[in-house]
Design a protein around this ligand. Sequence first.
Ligand SMILES: Nc1ncnc2c1ncn2[C@@H]1O[C@H](COP(=O)(O)OP(=O)(O)OP(=O)(O)O)[C@@H](O)[C@H]1O
Length: 311
Amino acid sequence: MLETVISVNNLEKSYKNVDVLKKINFTVKKGSIFALLGSNGAGKTTTIRILTTLIKPDRGDAQVCSADVVKQGNKVREAISLTGQSVAVDDILTGRENLRLIAKLRHLPNAKEVADELLERFNLTDAADRALATYSGGMRRRLDLAMSLVGTPSVIFLDEPTTGLDPQSRMAMWKIIRELADGGTTVFLTTQYLEEAEQLADQIAILNEGTIVADGTVAELKQLLPNGHLELRFAELDEAKQAEVALAAYTPVLDEAAQIVTVTMDGTVKQMMAILGELEGANIPVLEFSQKSPTLEDVFLKIVEHGKEGL
Ligand SMILES: Nc1ncnc2c1ncn2[C@@H]1O[C@H](COP(=O)(O)OP(=O)(O)OP(=O)(O)O)[C@@H](O)[C@H]1O
């Protein structure tokens, strides 16, 4: 069985009268990618700040690499690195100088080699001797991540690693993150992009109003929302409108421009046949239909809207 690298137990944190974290619990396995999802202000950064020893919880405890984040902060800090939302690198120095500086600060004997190897790995060799001020957003993020890998930490915390990146840079970042996990590094990331969590994460936890409302693999989370959708397209808008009336029992949504009616269903063949039979009986010809499984976004929105009990 895979080793647990992060363990969070009944963690609580409040600021004045705001209860940011209310007894949260989760565990993260070695070499996995864990994504913490939540709306703005849900408490994601607060969780990361506690796990990286920047702030202390009010109650509960957490261990990272078997060390307690409050009582053994030094041990935790030796095992981790944190890459924040704001890029914490020096603009006047070059990429290479930034990396060497960090390697020296970490007392690595081979700072030059470490910097060269990371520049190569992050595809920054060509820009290595340019001042950082000339780097694009994607290059800065790559350098930021490269800097956090100096000293080969066991666990890396990435707070919204791809916010503001274009699709190409985002995919390059995803590739690097996957490679890190494949190499045995545990990755803890927060993201506002559900697609990012769906693409990358082995395990996802959804934080809502200070509570973990869902925790599992993408497939497990999707099972929380068994309902799927059936999209029915019609040749004429008039037919689509008739279908909307005929299928009133299935909460239809009409897209007039596309002449598509989307209905909610339980995903069974029986119900699909009942829906199509209904239209057949009413003499409304369907041009084409397709079944849609719930996306992670559907699950997230539903949970955030209604809480887990409302699913
Ligand atoms: N130092 C502080 N003092 C008072 N309130 C704070 C402090 N830090 C965070 N908060 C509040 O705690 C709540 C959670 O903040 P946090 O930054 O953890 O959320 P988040 O999920 O990371 O949000 P975002 O996606 O916007 O970054 C917010 O309501 C925030 O205003």
